[in-house]
Design a protein around this ligand. Structure first.
Ligand SMILES: *[C@@H]1O[C@H](CO)[C@@H](O)[C@H](O)[C@H]1NC(C)=O
Ligand SMILES: *[C@@H]1O[C@H](CO)[C@@H](O)[C@H](O)[C@H]1NC(C)=O
Ligand SMILES: *[C@@H]1O[C@H](CO)[C@@H](O)[C@H](O)[C@H]1NC(C)=O
Ligand SMILES: *[C@@H]1O[C@H](CO)[C@@H](O)[C@H](O)[C@H]1NC(C)=O
Ligand SMILES: *[C@@H]1O[C@H](CO)[C@@H](O)[C@H](O)[C@H]1NC(C)=O
Ligand SMILES: *[C@@H]1O[C@H](CO)[C@@H](O)[C@H](O)[C@H]1NC(C)=O
Ligand SMILES: *[C@@H]1O[C@H](CO)[C@@H](O)[C@H](O)[C@H]1NC(C)=O
Ligand SMILES: *[C@@H]1O[C@H](CO)[C@@H](O)[C@H](O)[C@H]1NC(C)=O
Ligand SMILES: *[C@@H]1O[C@H](CO)[C@@H](O)[C@H](O)[C@H]1NC(C)=O
Length: 824
């Protein structure tokens, strides 16, 4: 005992020396990759509790109880926090955790971004350089969402987390990433649509669950070991993923409305049905280890200081096993921008932490530190905050780092290195994701695919030369395709590069705002391809759109090029949000339109593969493309989803909008082949046995409808094990194999008032070879598929006849499902 006590004193003394050295090194870019105080032999250690760290001093990290791996994580975290002084604790409540060298704790930089690939956005916790010059840049999230392929989203999460782990081993990354962004795109003008999976809460939720599982679950050679440990607070994770931005956040900067001061006035019903829905799934089903609260206020209270949202809902009701972080500067924003209740810095820090915020991200690079670190000690000294609140917040943060192996290492990943970043396999997944997300919006008379080989059955002439027309930023896109929260790509295949590989001659006709170079030359080529669209000056974080039109006079010259071209042109649109291209849809000289989104580093490969038929497009729009008139009918700041008769506002998204301004509906997407459905199911029914009349809820009926004794059952009070099963067949009746997305919607009984027109409840992407038929089976949980959110914000299953709708337009099926509620 005596010798270990004296060696402990020696360790304390030495660590103090290391501490001041590392503090000196942490100015500017010194905190390289968070490999903070290192062992005295100069070697870098990837785990805090590495026994070798101070071995040359005759010291052993295992003298610290928090390094005793035989103890539960919770006990170890308690030990660690208990060793820290108040100042040391507070120094670790911000995104630049300073560590505490005195007790062997390294600094840690929490801020990481990996929205569509490992990114170096933010301070330099994750960075590129000679050793790791880039990481795989996947399509923007909205493109990936368009694939409607859950396996793909999981695979992307897995590749991103593998690249993170490899970079971590190389000192180029940390382990906590503030992705995905799962706010629903309520309004077509939102500047951040590219970052999200679109307008449907279920689609967004499924993306969230799959991406988070891909990021966090430990999968080795197909073995999923993530749930082997029964205590969810002690489940090890690969990389920490974060559901953001909680909640009702989807106004960035729209005229005078600014996210920093915006107060989102929302109903409980819209929160449950739309805004919070993906977050609940992300936490409960995805088991995300982090939630980020948003800048805006929700009904008057800043989201990051709302105890009901953070503690009652996220932590208690949804059972978060991780930490809650602020959007960067949210706490400062309460004081500086929103001037909420005229709070002081210490009061705002106290209010946020007491509400349940665990970690404060601050804009360190602007020279200031976060508010928790700045005001934490003062808040405790003034009695506004209990030290126990600080301990609880720190505990949540360090528990997450324990789960990540920050203290003990993660042997499964220690072999990953340079060869696991930007590998051929990863780049191929980026190309595959881009292909799967391409959406064919228009294809008159089979204008696409452009035929490469003679084919006597095809009226189109073989394409050997093309004119490629557009702004250079689109036809030679090295930048636009990478969108926001980019990292550095492994390499970029531009549309020009991709197309050039397909044909013997590609003539570039760059345009500016006035016209295009040499439009007359178009009659000498076999086909004219125009690439047009938007860029991040039009739609990005902190910048919402003012209209839905193509900017920079593109409409004018596209129309001129179409008129000059002997054959109908092919138009490719790069954008996230929908663009009103009615002029092109209505113009017979525009033969085909493809939405390419912002397709990431392999975008050019995917565009060329689709245009020349190497890939049959199967993507579907993850949001409605509205005509520009829509936006004059409702201000962006009106948050309600349902139509508002009092103000004459139309509803929002395909679930509630029934007006004339839809150019392409949610789920729209054509193929080079034709599919038909058939099903032996013509009707279905289910009986829900209700033990107690008290579990019946009222329902809002249309005027004049007689309410039955038990109109609806409260889903929260029901076991919900009833299911409806049915199978349908998808036949490919055309000449090309292709992927087909089966989208399944339900519509509530027609007598229910204020209900969605229909809503997505399941979807499946399947490959169907030409001339064949595949079976697709659905097991619909009655509560999930037929539940609706009532005016009271309860989720209920209504009695009566709902409708199942499969697909839309010409290829569609529908049948009634009668739900009886039997009160015993
Ligand atoms: C430790 O990491 C730092 C920063 O990444 C690097 O500069 C240094 O060379 C590394 N030392 C060893 C011994 O690997
Ligand atoms: C791993 O297993 C858990 C528990 O069965 C499951 O929920 C999760 O989806 C799996 N993860 C992946 C990436 O397949
Ligand atoms: C899963 O792990 C077990 C034991 O570690 C191993 O024997 C098995 O081969 C693994 N399965 C696969 C598919 O790699
Ligand atoms: C904040 O302070 C200003 C100026 O003293 C005062 O006018 C305002 O009423 C205060 N607001 C609140 C919410 O207390
Ligand atoms: C396309 O972009 C590449 C990379 O920026 C550049 O080298 C090339 O000159 C560009 N091509 C044209 C036609 O501008
Ligand atoms: C659009 O073109 C017109 C005429 O060619 C020109 O006067 C105008 O400046 C252009 N607008 C923009 C935004 O470039
Ligand atoms: C977007 O395109 C416009 C018009 O060419 C250009 O002025 C602007 O700099 C571009 N913005 C970005 C972020 O590339
Ligand atoms: C659908 O199935 C029914 C019953 O099996 C059959 O009679 C009908 O011809 C099928 N329709 C199509 C379009 O395949
Ligand atoms: C879904 O994505 C996975 C992973 O990229 C891919 O292997 C699979 O073929 C895709 N499914 C369909 C039907 O396209």
């Amino acid at each position: 005992m005596a010798s270990s006590a004296s060696s402990f004193r020696l360790l304390v003394a030495l660590l103090c020396v290391i501490s001041s050295a590392s503090a000196a090194a942490s100015n500017g870019d010194g905190l390289v990759a968070g490999r903070g105080p290192i062992g005295t032999n100069g070697k870098n250690y990837t785990k805090v509790c590495d026994p070798a760290r101070f071995a040359s001093l005759g010291l052993d990290m295992s003298t610290f109880r928090y390094c005793d791996s035989s103890l539960p994580y919770a006990a170890r975290v308690r030990d660690l926090v208990g060793r820290l002084t108040l100042q040391e604790k507070v120094d670790n409540l911000g995104d630049h955790g300073k560590g505490a060298a005195r007790v062997g704790l390294q600094p840690y930089m929490w801020w990481g971004e990996a929205l569509h690939g490992v990114s170096d956005t933010g301070p330099k916790g994750t960075w590129f350089g000679d050793v790791v010059p880039g990481a795989t840049s996947f399509p923007l999230v909205l493109n990936s969402a368009a694939s409607f392929n859950e396996t793909l989203w999981r695979a992307v999460g897995q590749v991103v987390s593998t690249e993170v782990r490899a970079m971590y081993n190389l000192g180029h990354a940390e382990l906590t990433y503030w992705s995905p962004n799962i706010n629903v795109v309520r309004d077509p003008r939102w500047g951040r649509a590219s970052e999200t999976p679109g307008e449907d809460p279920l689609l967004v939720a499924r993306y969230a669950v799959n991406f988070v599982r891909g990021m966090q679950d430990i999968i080795i050679h197909g073995n999923n070991s993530s749930d082997h440990d029964r205590d969810p607070f002690a489940r090890r994770i690969k990389v920490s993923s974060c559901c953001k931005h909680f909640t009702a956040y989807d106004v960035d900067k729209w005229f005078d409305a600014d996210r920093l001061t915006f107060d989102a006035r929302v109903t409980e019903r819209d929160l449950a049905e739309t805004f919070n829905f993906p977050f609940e799934a992300c936490i409960r089903e995805g088991d995300a280890s982090c939630v980020m609260c948003s800048y805006n206020r929700v009904n008057g209270v800043p989201a990051c200081a709302d105890h009901r949202l953070l503690t009652k809902t996220v932590r208690q009701q949804w059972q978060l096993h991780g930490y809650i972080v602020s959007d960067c500067d949210s706490v400062r924003v309460m004081v500086r921008d929103a001037k909420w209740l005229n709070l002081t810095g210490a009061e705002a820090a106290a209010a946020a932490m007491k509400a349940g915020l665990d970690l404060d991200c601050g804009m360190f690079w602007e020279g200031a530190q976060d508010f928790f670190t700045s005001y934490g000690v003062e808040a405790v000294k003034q009695g506004k905050l209990a030290e126990a609140d600080v301990d609880e917040a720190l505990g949540n943060n360090y528990l997450t780092l324990m789960r990540l192996g920050f203290f003990d290492g993660a042997p499964e990943f220690e072999g990953l290195g340079v060869g696991d970043v930007c590998s051929g396999e990863h780049k191929e997944l980026a190309a595959d994701a881009a292909r799967q997300g391409m959406v064919l919006l228009k294809n008159d008379n089979g204008r696409l695919p452009l035929p490469l080989l003679d084919n006597n059955n095809n009226n189109n002439k073989v394409v050997r030369s093309v004119a490629l027309v557009g702004l250079l930023q689109h036809i030679n896109a090295t930048d636009v395709m990478l969108g926001d929260y980019r990292g550095r790509p492994c390499s970029v295949v531009t549309p020009y590069d991709g197309i050039r590989k397909m044909v013997s001659a590609t003539h570039l006709h760059p345009c500016d705002s006035g016209a295009c170079a040499a439009p007359g030359a178009m009659d000498t080529v076999d086909a004219t391809i125009v690439i047009a669209g938007l860029n991040m000056s039009v739609e990005r974080e902190s910048n919402d759109r003012e209209d839905l039109l193509l900017p920079w006079n593109q409409t004018g010259w596209i129309t001129a090029v179409a008129a000059a071209s002997p054959d109908p042109i092919v138009l490719v649109i790069m954008s996230a949000g929908g663009v009103d291209v009615s002029f092109a849809q209505d113009n017979p000289k525009v033969g085909a339109i493809v939405w390419a989104g912002y397709p990431g580093e392999e975008g050019g490969t995917a565009i060329a593969d689709v245009l020349f038929g190497k890939h049959n497009p199967g993507g579907r729009l993850p949001l409605t493309w509205f005509k520009n008139d829509y936006i004059s009918k409702i201000p962006m700041t009106s948050m309600a989803l349902r139509p508002d008769a009092e103000h004459g506002y139309p509803g929002r998204t395909y679930k509630f909008y029934s007006g004339p301004d839809v150019l392409y509906p949610f789920g729209h997407g054509l193929s080079y082949t034709t599919f038909t459905y058939n099903s032996t199911t013509t009707a279905a029914s289910a009986t829900l046995k209700i033990a107690d009349q008290d579990h019946c809820k009222q329902l809002t009926y249309k005027p004049g409808v007689q309410s039955p004794p038990c109109p609806a059952v409260d889903v929260a009070a029901h076991t919900c094990d009833e299911a409806v099963r049915f199978t349908l067949t998808v036949s490919n009746t055309g000449g090309a194999g292709g992927d087909h997305v089966v989208a399944l919607y339900t519509a509530p009984p027609p007598e229910v008032d204020e209900a969605p027109i229909k809503h997505l409840v399941a979807f499946r992407r399947v490959f169907v070879p030409a001339g064949t038929t595949v079976d697709v089976a659905f097991d619909l949980n009655v509560c999930k598929a037929f539940g609706i959110v009532e005016r009271t914000a309860y989720t209920v299953v209504p009695a009566g006849t709902s409708t199942v709708l499969v697909g839309d337009g010409a290829t569609s099926l529908s049948f009634p499902v009668k739900v009886d509620l039997a009160v015993s």
